[in-house]
Design a protein around this ligand. Structure first.
Ligand code: FES
Length: 399
């Protein structure tokens, strides 16, 4: 019986490919293909490892925001995977020879995916390598590679309350647009009051579309909160506990929050005033941490600097440079080492790696590891920043 401490969790990553190889080796060539069985076909349709999508149309909102209408490429992807409103696609982008992935929430509804359409609404971000590249380069007819729909920022009737208050800022509006449509389509059985913060009304995305949804269903309503403009019938200022309290329903409700990191941090100080249970507060991905040394729990005594990063991947060892300012995932990607990664927020677990040697800083707000990971030295490189030379075993992109 092996000692639990001697087990390497990275070996489990190889379980599925090893099993598939064994099945292939042992296959009776005359036996029916696994695709003969409806359950296998359904599983593949719902959870494809990759989707190839053609850009059918681009709808500009303003100079910095566009909606991309995506359809199956018709060759490698014949139909789109269904999803729950609030899911995201991990999109692969090749920026100057660097292959990177970034998560983008689907702004289309689940029903639209059954009609062969996804949409992604992407906003320019300062320093946003991938978003800016997409906005400047994607054109109609291009084929893009994405994951299946992923994520946990979805409504669940067994966990969430029937009444949902949504709080959105910036491009954090996209999953709520999908949810509002799903409610109007009868695909989600909840009510949504959406509190949407922008500087001015002109910046608010989907304003006309939200009005149409309100005409289709009484289960959705929109509250605009404008920080730099006063308009009748709209709130002024920043979304805080006082504004949220004005719109909370009688009885229990769930609070869903999606927006920029500054909004999460601000609302962390406001939500305790609402007296909600932890399970009734749901937050979308925090996103990549930039400037880790500005995080409140960063070890201030550590000096900024550059270190060696030894990476074991696919049976090969590579030594590259990393520095205190960028995550280990970014360091590996910048050196051309492709590591599986989807959420880039310490949540999905795809980049889960074994820290063999060295010290890392992981901001507490994105440390989504289990206790065993902490005890036995496993980390998510997407949210881990080096404080010394590092040695790491990372999962293969093939798993
Ligand atoms: S990419 Fe999701 S946990 Fe690292």
């Amino acid at each position: 019986m092996p000692n639990i401490r001697s087990l390497n969790k990275m070996d489990f990553v190889k379980t599925v490919p090893n099993r598939e190889a064994k099945i292939e080796e042992a296959s009776n060539k005359d036996a029916p293909s696994v695709d003969t069985y409806i359950a296998n076909r359904l599983a593949k349709a719902l959870h494809p490892s990759v989707q190839y999508l053609k850009i059918k149309k681009i709808i500009p909102f303003d100079a910095n925001t566009k909606t991309y209408i995506l359809v199956p490429d018709g060759e490698k992807t014949k139909e789109l995977a269904y999803f729950k409103a609030g899911s995201y696609l991990s999109v692969e982008v090749d920026v100057k020879g660097l292959q990177i992935t970034r998560p983008y929430s689907l702004s289309s509804s689940p029903k639209e995916s059954t009609e062969g359409v996804y949409s992604l609404s992407i906003k320019r971000a300062s320093g946003g390598l991938s978003s800016n590249y997409i906005l400047d380069n994607w054109k109609v007819g291009d084929i893009v590679k994405t994951s299946a729909p992923l994520g946990t920022f979805t409504y669940s009737p067994i966990r969430d309350q029937k009444e949902v208050i949504g709080v959105a800022g910036g491009s954090g509006i996209t999953p709520f647009y999908s949810l509002a449509k799903a409610i109007a389509d009868g695909d989600e059985d909840c009510s949504l009051t959406l509190i949407y913060g922008t500087k001015i009304l002109k910046e608010a995305l989907f304003e006309k579309e939200f009005k149409e949804i309100m005409e289709r269903t009484p289960k959705f309503r929109l509250v605009n909160v404008l920080s730099d403009e006063k308009l009748p019938g709209m709130e002024t200022g920043f979304i805080n506990a006082g504004i949220i309290k004005k719109y909370i329903p009688e009885g229990e409700y769930s609070l869903f929050i999606c927006g920029p990191q500054a909004m999460y941090k601000y609302l962390d100080g406001e939500t305790p005033k609402l007296g909600l249970r932890r399970k009734d507060i749901r937050k979308e991905l925090f996103g990549e941490v930039h400037s880790p040394d500005k995080c409140p729990d960063y070890p201030k005594e550590k000096k900024a600097g550059e270190f060696d990063l030894t990476v074991h991947i696919d049976g090969v060892t590579k030594i590259i440079k990393c520095n205190t300012e960028e995550s280990l995932l970014v360091a590996m990607e910048s050196s051309g080492i492709m590591v599986p990664a989807h959420c880039r927020s310490g949540l999905c677990g795809w980049c889960h790696s074994r820290l063999i040697k060295g010290e890392v800083y992981i901001p507490s707000e994105v440390d989504g590891r289990r206790m065993t990971d902490k005890i036995y030295g496993y980390i998510h490189p997407c949210v881990s920043f080096p404080l010394s030379d590092i040695e790491l075993e990372v999962p293969s992109f093939k798993h």
